[in-house]
Design a protein around this ligand. Sequence first.
Ligand SMILES: [Zn+2]
Length: 232
Amino acid sequence: MMDFSAIIKKDREERKKQKFKGTFLDYLEILKENPSVSMLAHQRMYERIMEMGVESINTEENPRLRRIYGNELIKRYNFFKDDFFGIDKSLMKMVRYFHTAAMKGEESRQVLYLVGPVGAGKSSLMEVLKRALEMGSPVYTIKGCPMREEPLHLVPKHLRDQFEELLGIKIEGDLCPICRYRLKHEYGGEFEKVPVETVDFSIRSRKGVGVVPPVDPNNQDTSVLTKLDIRA
Ligand SMILES: [Zn+2]
């Protein structure tokens, strides 16, 4: 017999363990142990895809695939394996985009735009990526920040070189006006005391994932875009 209450209890315990509430100083200790917690969006997505494994297919040994792909090396990602068939090249292109963007290439300033005929799998692809975000590890942010920003923004300019060396992480970006105000007036500039917490992505409650309904592009109502709450 399955014990529902035991399953629920175990799940709750595990979720509680994942939730973090502490100060910026605590966060720095976590970062030192595991620098990957401060990963940015592209890298986060890339790691999610890669951690499930990749299979390289040599088309020279497979005449059927060679007829489709020519003599190219094809990579198959386990991440997409169960949902997509025959679009390996498109998937490779997309993963390459995430990879170069994660390494701060030009792509990190670009937007991923999927183009293709109806039924090609664009929306399904988005569904899988959205789900991956939901299942992914939580993101650390400054508590109460409307932008849910990266806590490392708290590190003042003159200490950044030192912190970067200790953590092995490049610190980019500056505090938003609200956090800047609170740091000064609530914490008297003692940035190490600012509270940090974890948040997660949720499609249903529109946290970190926004969906815009498709409409006729000739009279696209842009207010649906501008009203969208993009807070993580
Ligand atoms: Zn902020």
